[in-house]
Design a protein around this ligand. Structure first.
Ligand code: HEM
Length: 716
């Protein structure tokens, strides 16, 4: 063979090889700007270590939406507030899946499964997201406030001791890592890390989760994009060591819980309820995935926001914000009740605005968790095909001058009179796979801010070298990591009033001791999936609401029925909903919060004073009829079976499905005459004035049921 032929063959092979290495999963998209790139690497090199800002600069030149080639992957970057709305919200059903990446999905996560936030959309992801979203929705979150009470108090108490009356500057990071981690551990396993911030387990979990976050980097795992680089496996060895360490504590936590369940000494928690529920549709791998999500999701995020918020408050510019925040808190709570009240209400708009501005300013996942489209999406004449990877440059969108005036300034006031009715910022992402823990995170941040600001004056550290960098990107010690990793810094703390702080801490500790039982009861109420005693159809409650984006009606919550059996298992009660006022106010979902709080007390009688109760009752065949009276107007509708309504003088009527009893404070009983079939009724009970007979009020009388059903409390 001549040298010429060999030369041509080599060139041809090289050409084919380069073409092969340059191909992308999705071919170039017509009509969408593309960033010029290098052979093989594409734009990976250019993204460098400052990917969010590099992409932000590209957006200035090429427009807010452009395509890049990252090795063999075509990736769309979306950089402005409005363009994120277009893809993540308007086309949310198309953008519901997530891509997989070699390092994270094949190496780091190969044993405990993926977190929810890194799972492609399928039935399993749907089931896990639903379980997590139910456990983390607004009313559930409200029931976790005793945990936040305990954890924020523990951190502030230790900070107060460690700052030695203001003589020593402190690094706040571990105090708030424990705050967030203990919240997740208690919710998930019923376990918390006791002891101080030097606890070994706290250190191990925070270090490993940080390491894992670095492996989820958008731009420094080139082997994720250039498959040939997987042949060099240094990164893989490191990733594997994190996996092993992570497995060790996740397995330990799960086994500890399983041991407690076996010994009957477990505390109610999300995983415990799933493990004990024979009806739970989640398998072991899915349970592990939920655990992994719960442990990791809040750990890289909540503490970063809190410590960077403290960094700003300690700075010279932060002093004015701190002063205003304190003034606004004291305006609402002049007598120092803010510590307690922040657990039950969010009534200081300035602190809510401070939380939002913190989330915006330090968008801690600057390039949001990636998405994969499952349908074509149109954009300005181009069509982006299904299967394309999307990166939201949340940092650029949250610093978009079209949406935020002076975005590089930290101005909580911007959220006080914000006219934007949609997603206020993209720190939590947006749309169909938006952060499921945002209610919990908001409550954590609000509570911590209220308590920190009322407890301490926050000053710059004495040594200028210890002071923080405020800039959202420069503050990170590892800008290529998925989440911001603040460089270490210190702040100065001075306790505003020793005596008040002591009082607040003592009150919180007393509350914790007292409320432990209640919070566990509340938790069990929320997580009991079903303990229905009848064999009738299991029930679901659908609670509707309005989209905060555009006001259209939505299914806000879907809840499984929660059954109790007050009457020796011959009757099942499912309280569908309660109201505590008339007319009902839906503001801030207060009605939902009130309902859940009431159920959490375990003290609801048959009637809710000044309100209503919607209850489904299942009657066993041939049940024991109980004569009773409530001081209420009741609508009782038979849903299935036949029921006999008997009044005290012995009059009886048979009611069939669809028949309605309008009960006007009369004494009566319900009997299911079937010897084989359960019967079901729906009741709506409304508080009423007592019936007056001969000038005497006819009060509530629970008959045989008194003792097993609490008194309603409207008929004393
Ligand atoms: C300041 C605190 C937090 C921030 C900034 C944050 C941010 C985010 C972001 C940006 C996403 C991706 C959203 C998207 O793709 O649109 C996400 C997903 C998620 N977050 Fe959070 N998060 C926080 C706290 C939490 C907490 C405390 C939990 C639960 C304990 C949690 C649970 C989740 C879950 C389950 C997902 C996955 C949602 C899905 O893929 O369907 N997050 N979070």
């Amino acid at each position: 063979m001549s040298y010429q032929v060999i030369g041509i063959a080599i060139v041809a092979v090289l050409f084919l090889l380069i073409r092969l290495l340059n191909t992308t999963d999705i071919p170039k998209i017509k009509g969408l700007p593309e960033i010029p790139g290098l052979p093989i690497l594409g734009n990976l090199w250019h993204l460098g270590t400052d990917h969010a800002r590099v992409a932000q600069k590209w957006a200035q030149k090429y427009g807010p939406v452009f395509q890049t080639r990252l090795g063999n992957k075509r990736v769309i970057f979306v950089n402005s507030y409005e363009s994120v709305r277009h893809f993540w919200i308007t086309h949310q059903s198309a953008l519901i899946s997530r891509p997989t990446f070699h390092t994270f999905h094949s190496v780091v996560s190969s044993s405990q499964g993926f977190t929810i936030g890194t799972s492609p959309w399928d039935d399993s992801c749907k089931a896990r997201r639903k379980a997590a979203a139910t456990a983390l929705n607004r009313p559930s979150t409200q029931s976790y406030m005793p945990i936040l009470d305990l954890e924020s108090t523990a951190s502030i108490k230790e900070l107060a001791a460690d700052c030695k009356g203001g003589a020593v500057d402190v690094d706040p990071s571990l105090y708030f890592a424990r705050f967030a981690l203990n919240t997740s551990l208690t919710l998930n396993y019923g376990i918390r890390i006791d002891g101080n911030i030097n606890n070994e387990m706290l250190e191990e979990i925070t270090q490993v989760e940080r390491g894992v976050s670095n492996f989820r980097s958008t731009s420094n795992n080139w082997q994720d994009y250039v498959p040939i680089m997987r042949l060099w496996n240094k990164q893989n060895t490191e990733a594997e060591s994190f996996r092993l360490r992570r497995d060790a504590y996740l397995t330990k936590l799960l086994n500890e819980l399983k041991g407690q369940i076996a010994a009957g000494i477990d505390k109610p928690c999300i995983t415990g309820n799933i493990l004990k529920d024979p009806e739970a549709k989640l398998n072991e791998a899915e349970i592990k995935s939920i655990c992994l999500t719960m442990v990791s999701a809040g750990l890289d995020t909540v503490p970063v926001n809190l410590v960077m918020g403290l960094a700003f408050l300690s700075s010279p510019e932060g002093q004015a914000v701190q002063a205003r925040a304190l003034e606004e808190i004291e305006k609402v709570y002049p007598d120092g009740e803010a510590w307690e009240k922040c657990l039950v209400e969010e009534k200081v708009p300035y602190i809510t605005a401070l939380v939002k501005e913190t989330l915006r300013f330090w968008t801690v996942i600057p390039i949001c968790l990636p998405r994969t489209s499952i349908k074509d999406i149109p954009y300005e004449g181009a069509v982006i095909p299904a299967g394309t990877t999307f990166f939201m440059n949340a940092y650029a969108a949250d610093y978009d001058e079209q949406r935020f005036k002076d975005p590089y300034k930290f101005i909580p006031e911007r959220f006080l009179n914000d006219t934007e009715s949609g997603t206020p910022h993209y720190a939590y992402g947006a749309g169909s796979r938006m952060c499921a823990g945002s209610h919990l995170a908001n409550r954590e941040l609000y509570t911590a801010y209220i308590r920190l600001i009322t407890a301490f004056e926050i000053h710059p550290a004495r040594n200028p070298a210890d002071r923080p960098i405020i800039d959202a990107i420069e503050c990170s010690s590892n800008p290529t990591a998925l989440t911001t990793d603040p460089k270490l810094f210190k702040i100065g703390l001075k306790i505003r009033s020793e005596s008040r702080l002591k009082e607040w801490i003592a009150a919180a500790e007393a509350r914790t001791r007292l409320s432990l039982k209640l919070s566990f009861r509340t938790l069990s109420y929320l997580f009991v999936m079903s303990n229905q005693i009848s064999n009738l159809r299991p029930l679901t409650t659908y609670v509707t609401g309005h989209s905060p984006m555009n006001g259209t009606a939505i299914f806000q919550e879907t809840r499984p029925a929660v059954w109790t059996s007050p009457d020796n298992e011959s009757m099942g009660f499912n309280v569908v909903y309660t109201t505590s006022e008339f007319p009902v106010s839906f503001d801030n979902d207060n009605d939902i919060a009130k309902h859940d709080a009431l159920m959490g007390t375990g003290n609801l009688g048959l009637v809710n004073p000044k309100g209503t109760v919607c209850r489904i009752v299942d009657f066993a065949p041939d049940n024991n009829p109980v004569m009773h009276r409530t001081q209420s107007l009741d609508y009782g509708v038979v849903i299935s079976g036949t029921l006999e309504l008997e009044l005290d003088a012995g009059e009886k009527r048979l009611l069939y499905p669809g028949d309605v009893a309008v009960q006007r404070g009369t004494i009566h009983s319900w009997y299911n005459p079937s010897q084989t079939e359960w019967a079901r009724m729906l009741f709506v009970l409304q508080d009423s004035e007592p019936v007056m007979v001969n000038g005497q009020p006819l009060k509530e009388d629970l008959g045989e049921a008194s003792g097993s059903i609490p008194p309603s409390g409207n008929s004393n």
